[in-house]
Design a protein around this ligand. Sequence first.
Ligand code: X8Z
Ligand code: ZN
Length: 611
Amino acid sequence: MNMTFTKVSKLSVLIAISLGVTACNKTEAVDTPTVDKIAEAKQFITDAESTMADLSIEINRSEWIYSNFITEDTAALSASVAEKYTGTSVQLATESAQYAHLALDPADKRKLNILRSSIVLPAPLDPVKNAELANISAELNGLYGKGKYCFQDGRCLTQPELSAIMGESNNPDELLEVWKGWREISKPMRPLFEREVELANEGAQDLGYANLSELWRSQYDMKPDEFSDELDRLWGQVKPLYDSLHCYVRGELNEQYGDTVAPATGAIPAHLLGNMWAQSWGNVYDQVAPQDADPGYDVTELLAKHNYDEIKMVKQAESFFTSLGFEELPDTFWDRSLFVQPKDRDVVCHASAWDLDNEDDIRIKMCIQKTAEDFTVIHHELGHNFYQRAYKEQPFIFKNSANDGFHEAIGDTVALSITPNYLKQIGLLDEVPDASKDIGLLLKQALDKVAFLPFGLMIDQWRWKVFSGEITPAQYNQAWWDLREKYQGVKAPVARNESDFDPGAKYHVPGNVPYTRYFLAHILQFQFHKSLCEIAGDNGPVHRCSIYGNKEAGAKLNTMLEMGQSKPWPEALAAVTGTKEMDAKAVLDYFAPLQIWLDEQNKTANRQCGW
Ligand code: X8Z
Ligand code: ZN
């Protein structure tokens, strides 16, 4: 399906057609001259692509309906389409292996490789187990989407409503109640998740991988272990910056809340960071803002002051993309998207972007809150949609991003251009704060982007260990918090145990969406931003640069988007940045003045950093 984070990749959609082909292909394999075999492989790919494209539309529609109307019936229907889809994709992935050794042209070789490796939740070949997996997956998604916490006064709130409290409140008792309350929804997920892992591991093994971890790490044009090393390298680059930020924020929270609630040393209690998962900390900006360098505006307030409703927020984000030269969104986008949380039914509120027909039927689905945070998320989602439309002329198998981090990075790259100057240009802000306020701007950005990095990394560090068996079901929750502490320096505010299943309270775990993509995106977006600013001829500090209205930058970005997944990702990266390496130096350069400032603050306050 073409939701931007596909739990069963659309690339694995191929279907029954090829089932018939399989048997005869196999018997012919030994004697057929290579040239015939190559023709056969080409035919296999052609058939596969056309069938896949058709089936993808069916699964997209059934998933769209399910996540917009969560009921027993839509769950059953979506599971049944997913069963067909996965069964076929696994069958085709298996078949594609027989052509892997042939001297095909690079594009065909790449297609076969993608066919084999891009199934996110592979079912075992056994049809009974395939059906079981499809049902579990639908049920897990439903449990998350329907999740609510009810207060003693009878009010029952959904995830975005609870998140709003986490973002706005600084009453530690209230924060703790909401934090704990939301984590009740994931307890029943535990046995389902455990079985899902068992089945998908078996599916991965049927495809020739050691386990699902190896399969997930095989999507990056390099060997799985090389990819893991690459992540360690990138994390090593940014960790000193994270440590400085962590130290500063912990110290400020300690001053505000005192030792009992927010200790001055050790890991930070996870309910105090302005976010349900402590994954980005922009909401505590007011609590930790620099006294003399606060830019003095709040985008949430500006949106309210200028009467922005949900649609106006989306229109404004669209206009950024059109200012770069991208075509307007189609009318169907406006007719078919979900922007506001419906009051009368359960939906999956977690924001997503969709491409229903692999052409123009692009949509977002989001329960928009009228906040600065969601204004950014809207740009994020539209980045997916504009990417999808840019690669629509590619063959079906290449209708995807260079790697999954690229898909997640595009809208964020654009949102880095939401600078004070830009806000003034669009009439939201009256006065642009002068350069003396840059530390405040950078701190706000770091709370969102730098704080995110270890979170973006740790989720799949946990999952990969779960998939490989290094973390057993009896250790799920303890291992989760061990990694939270190791990477983020964050801890649970109250004792947890193995009757809890805290990973399940994060959408992407029950939703089975790989998460390393967001870590990559948080590095890549700074590389893209820097290069696009250069192309736009902006010579000022990169955190003040906005590419708004710059057609050259837009055209350059588009050359990369149009490539889809047709080339290895380093080539796509080079199309915009001129380099084939992911490099966190762009992050460090962006935040360089802040890092100096944080270290000074930490030194002056005599803080013992680390945890
Ligand atoms: O899930 C998302 C997007 C949809 S792809 C809203 N994000 C991650 C999250 O919310 O956890 C964007 C940033 C990280
Ligand atoms: Zn996304």
